[in-house]
Write a protein that binds this ligand. Structure first.
Ligand code: ADP
Ligand code: MG
Length: 699
């Protein structure tokens, strides 16, 4: 029988059970091979009853001492209680659904094995609904004396029958699967071939490490994780290679250009900035488009790096476009670029929605006719009505607000593919960056300009609020400004708004002599911008906001940020928020308020914020605590849900998958060489064959 025949013909199945399997999407033995255990029980050692402790999941074996069933307790459902003794002690098996056929499995005086999780009741050990192994089953290698698989429920098939069928299928069909990866790849990944992996995942070998299987980290399980990570990386490698083959206008640098730029820099670049500049200049010098992500914490100095790239383009007589997510950020870039360009014949233009229609059209015309060297704007830049004369470099700031589509749209504004630099202030742990941006090269600015005054950060319980307000008072008296941030409650924007309004009122009462502003998610973009601007210009001294305030906006006079319900934010998000202060020359402070009932656990988690200002360290910690799914933007990024792989645990393997995908992409991009047909087949397969339940550790 082949693996793709109907499952009905497997020994012990038949038409009735085949129907039950079909409900789960399992139609063939092959499907069943990919229907994986959700948990494992280690039944290699029968444990004497005396040695039991609560929470153990083990087999116990003994003689049946008594069977009591059918009686009702407090008019509840009938139940069954069986007492078993093994000489070292007694244990009670309890079933809360009585059935005569269940009771019949126990004969007083006969031996029986119970497998289940131990709990204690009035000092006596008991198991609820344990698996019963009697007669021959007690010695059957499918159910006992081994690490036993626990499958997700298939309705209408009792667990022991299901396990027996899986055993039968694995025994006869696992070997017939073909490994799709050549040996060199498996060796690189450090995983065994598919056949062995499938067999062991269902029925781990005698000497296997049960705890590894439970956490899905055995080599055999990692073989499947590798497949998953590889297909993810292959898609990215393909996209990247495709872009890499397109032609682009090369913008080589030379001494003269660089000398000129250097002379005009207002400060000395940090080592990290220099490294990023070198990487970028190397890229844009090639006749293929740059596709690079520039990662750097808030305030690490990404703008100047972008400026240098734009200057190189200018010297070559081609246009650059700088795209920011909001008007206010676009304006900020515009002003900086204009001041950096002072004394040079560089023509910088701001394409803003705030311009009167006539001026906007004039700007569009300058861009179209090549009179603009550097065009700065929001997504207005990628609107249809905007044409460039010879766009050769695109710079996108604050990547997490723009997706792949915007990147593509900007690329389309040029006749030949432009070089693309994407900048993000969200420090992303390396593993996540590889998974999310595998199609981009990555430069990292992991060093702050000298002379930054660290932001004093404190986690404050509710009873510390008075002191925080006193501190705020002092700072306002000195002319400082403050942010007060509240979490956006997604389920109820109304509630969030009420909270924010209330907070603003409270602050107005406490500080009647200053203007308090309020920004929230329900406001129109323009209203938000106006509020932000009034704060920036000093008209508002305290700004209360749900988390809508732009991260990149520079308000050097803002020296205090109070974050309410800090425990509801991820660490990376808190770090982003904190980055709104500490932008000037005065010392700044960040107060993370936690409600009293949140208590110590929240405080402990947040204490990382007090200890470090390194965004990458914080991001790693965040990833470790919350997992990748919760990490900023991952949900929207298009990464499929991974079943076997885990971006935190399998970081090393992710890198291997990326390396392998890139190597193959270089050597054999259409996978036509001999030895690669399996990979092609694997990539083309219909994903997620039967309904696979998440392994228990992922639930
Ligand atoms: P971000 O990476 O958040 O965009 P910016 O480019 O806005 O950071 O830079 C933050 C501030 O640091 C700016 O005021 C900028 O002029 C200043 N800056 C950038 N690089 C340096 C440097 N190497 N030395 C001193 N100041 C710098
Ligand atoms: Mg910036």
């Amino acid at each position: 029988m082949t693996s793709t025949n109907p499952i009905q013909y497997v020994k012990g199945v038949g038409p009735r059970l085949a129907e039950k399997f079909a409900v789960r999407g399992i139609r063939t033995p092959q499907d069943a091979l990919y229907f994986f255990p959700k948990a494992y029980q280690d039944r290699r050692r029968v444990v004497p009853i005396r040695e039991l402790s609560p929470g153990m999941t083990v087999p116990v074996r003994g003689k049946v001492l008594s069977v009591q069933g059918g009686g009702r307790v407090f008019r509840g459902p009938r139940r069954l209680e069986v007492v078993i003794g093994d000489g070292s002690g007694r244990i009670v098996g309890k079933w809360f659904r009585y059935h005569p056929s269940l009771a019949e499995r126990f004969q007083v005086g006969e031996p029986v094995t119970l497998c289940g999780t131990v709990r204690f009741f009035r000092l006596l050990p008991e198991m609820h609904h344990p698996e019963i192994l009697s007669g021959e089953e007690a010695g059957d290698p499918v159910h006992s004396g081994r690490i036993v698989p626990v499958y997700p429920e298939v309705e209408g098939i009792p667990p022991r029958i299901l396990r027996k069928i899986q055993w039968e299928i694995v025994r006869t069909h696992a070997d017939k699967e073909t490994e799709c990866f050549p040996t060199w790849i498996l060796e690189k990944a450090g995983v065994p071939p598919l056949q062995e992996s499938l067999a062991a995942i269902h029925f781990p070998r005698e000497d296997a490490d049960a705890s590894m299987f439970r956490t899905f980290s055995s080599p055999q399980q990692r073989r499947l994780a590798f497949g998953e990570l590889f297909s993810l990386q292959w898609a990215l490698a393909e996209r990247r290679a495709g872009i890499g083959r397109e032609p682009a206008v090369p913008l080589p640098w030379d001494r003269e250009i660089v000398g000129e730029i250097k002379r005009r820099l207002p400060f000395e670049l940090t080592r990290a900035q220099r490294r990023a500049v070198n990487e970028i200049l190397k890229d844009v010098g090639r006749p293929h488009p740059m596709h690079r992500l520039l990662q750097g914490d808030v305030g690490s100095g990404k703008t100047i790096v972008a400026w240098i790239a734009a200057m190189v383009a200018w010297r070559h007589g081609v246009q650059s476009a700088v795209m920011a997510p909001t008007e206010i950020l676009a304006e900020q870039h515009y002003r900086r670029f204009v001041s950096l360009a002072a004394g040079l014949p560089v023509r910088v233009d701001l394409l803003s929605a705030a311009l009167p229609p006539k001026e906007r059209e004039a700007a569009r015309q300058r861009i179209r006719e090549g009179e603009t060297d550097i065009a700065i704007g929001t997504h207005a830049l990628i609107q249809e009505s905007v044409e460039f004369s010879n766009l050769a470099l695109g710079i996108i700031d604050e990547q997490h607000r723009f997706g792949v589509l915007q990147r593509a749209a900007l690329r389309q504004k040029a006749k030949t593919s432009p070089h693309l630099l994407v900048m993000t202030a969200t420090p992303i742990p390396r593993t996540l960056a590889i998974a999310l941006y595998g199609d981009l090269d990555i430069s990292v600015i992991d060093e702050m300009p000298k002379g930054r005054i660290p932001i004093k950060t404190r986690v404050v319980p509710e009873n510390g609020r008075r002191q925080v307000f006193e501190e705020l008072r002092r700072e306002l008296d000195r002319g400082g400004r403050a942010y007060v941030v509240l979490p956006l409650v997604e389920e109820s924007e109304k509630l969030a708004l009420r909270d924010a309004t209330r907070t603003a009122e409270r602050l107005r009462e406490a500080f009647p002599d200053v203007e308090v502003g309020l920004l929230h998610g329900r406001m129109k973009a323009e209203e938000k911008e106006t509020g932000m601007r009034r704060f920036k210009e000093g008209e508002l001294r305290i700004l209360v906001s749900t988390t809508v305030v732009e991260v990149g906006v520079d308000v050097p006079d803002a020296t205090i940020i109070v974050i309410e319900h800090a425990e509801r934010f991820g660490l990376s998000q808190l770090h982003q928020l904190r980055g709104r202060v500490g932008r000037g020359t005065k010392p700044s402070a960040c107060y993370l308020m936690v409600g009293n009932e949140q208590g110590e656990e929240a405080s402990a988690r947040l204490s990382v914020m007090e200890q470090t200002s390194d965004g990458f360290r914080i991001a790693e910690e965040d990833l470790r605590i919350r997992g990748p799914g919760d990490f900023a933007g991952v949900r929207q990024s298009g990464i499929p849900d991974l079943v076997f792989a885990d971006l935190v645990r399998d970081a090393g393997m992710l890198q291997t998958a990326k390396d392998v995908a890139e190597e193959l992409q270089r050597k054999d991009p259409d996978l036509s060489e001999s030895g690669h047909e399996g990979i092609r087949r694997f990539l083309a397969r219909r994903p997620g064959q039967p309904q696979i339940d998440l392994p228990s550790w992922k639930q």
